[in-house]
Design a protein around this ligand. Structure first.
Ligand code: F6R
Length: 364
């Protein structure tokens, strides 16, 4: 059922405009431009703190959600990977919401963390792609993603669908807590509705990204840099590349470079910079200069304004549409996924079944 695609992963990357639109349909009401959560029978306005727990790519979706929940809803957010969370005796106060994010809904560590939070009296919210899964069954608030079955071991469409749901959740909580008025809510809805078209614009760079795979494929190490919500996306980019191409990659917050990883930079290390133009862009430009001054090769993923400002001296640039900062992490996920995919193809690895990995990790 791969259709015209070579791999499930490739098919799933290209399904994103459709499945994210499908997911958003159950969270956005077009009539009054509002955000509505399915199946909700308790008052979310009383929540005092959110604890997010997940693994792998789903954890990175949670890290991005932390920025949104803090910015829009002004809610304090803790986040941890499930395997650490369970064993560190976390402080869970009454009135807290524990939010679990999982494609499969069966990841053993995440499920154990969920049960731990339930026993500690937290309200349990779950963002999950498999509606019949254990996590879906054990949720107080079930927030489904409608990505459809994800076959490729490396998660792609489930990730962007998670982000869509989490953005809607952040906006909903912001409204409930009186931090967002009707006009602002309508604006968020409008931006989310633009996502599928922006995905298509990002996917249009597929051939161009395939053509630059040879710049990355010979590398032994690759760094990904980003700021704000693009920092978790840098972590996700590095994970994707590691998983399917077996190239060692690391994600860093752009400003953290000079505190250590810059020691790694030489002519052999490509540095992928994820940086939409905006108030912090200038700072990222100086981080790129630090890389270039040491012979590092920068691939800049930005919009036209960002590329005009900083594109000179990069070995390659990938131009994303100019998008609202809220949706940038979703849109910038596409070139990150395509780059990992094409580098893996160039190396001839098994994209859909990478060595040592399983689709659902039900051991602890
Ligand atoms: C990365 C990947 C894994 C999963 C992780 C959590 O491409 O697929 O890192 O994200 O194993 O799985 P779920 O989301 O099913 O809990």
């Amino acid at each position: 059922e791969k259709g015209n695609y070579r791999h499930f992963m490739q098919k799933e990357i290209f399904e994103q405009p459709t499945v994210v639109a499908q997911t958003l349909r159950s969270y956005l009401r077009q009539v009054d431009q509002s955000v509505a959560l399915p199946q909700i029978d308790f008052d979310l306005s009383t929540i005092k703190r959110i604890t997010i727990v997940a693994c792998g790519t789903s954890y990175y979706a949670g890290m991005i959600a932390k920025y949104w929940l803090e910015t829009f809803a002004r809610l304090p957010v803790d986040i941890d990977v499930a395997s650490e969370f369970r064993y560190r005796d976390p402080v869970l106060e009454p009135g807290g919401l524990a939010l679990f994010i999982s494609q499969s809904g069966e990841t053993a560590d995440t499920l154990a963390a969920l049960r731990h939070c339930r026993a500690a009296g937290q309200t349990i919210a779950v963002v999950v792609n498999v509606p019949t899964s254990s996590m879906a069954r054990e949720a107080d608030l079930l927030l489904p993603t409608h990505a459809g079955p994800e076959i490729g071991v490396a998660s792609t469409k489930a990730f962007t669908c998670q982000l869509a749901v989490l953005a809607a959740l952040a906006a909903h909580l912001a409204v409930k807590r009186g931090r967002m008025d009707r006009a602002e809510e309508a604006e968020v809805v409008q931006h989310l509705l633009e996502v599928p078209a922006c995905f298509n614009a990002a996917l249009a760079h597929d051939d161009e990204i395939a053509a630059m795979a040879h710049l990355i494929a010979p590398a032994r190490d690759v760094l990904y840099l980003g700021r704000g919500p693009d920092y978790p996306l840098a972590l996700e980019g590095a994970l994707k590349l590691k998983e399917i191409s077996y190239i060692h990659a690391e994600g860093y917050a752009s400003g953290e470079m000079k505190h250590g990883p810059i020691a790694l930079i030489d002519e052999a290390v490509p540095v992928i910079v994820l940086a939409p133009s905006g108030p912090l862009f200038e700072k990222t430009v100086s981080n790129m200069q630090e890389v270039r001054a040491r012979g590092g090769k920068v691939v800049l993923i930005s919009d036209a304004a960002g590329i005009a400002e900083a594109g000179d001296g990069c070995i390659a640039t990938i131009e994303m549409p100019q998008v609202h900062p809220l949706i940038a992490p979703l849109i910038y996920a596409v070139p990150v996924q395509l780059l990992a995919y094409h580098v893996a193809c160039a190396k001839g690895t098994d994209v859909d079944q990478p060595r040592n990995l399983a689709k659902s990790v039900t051991v602890e």
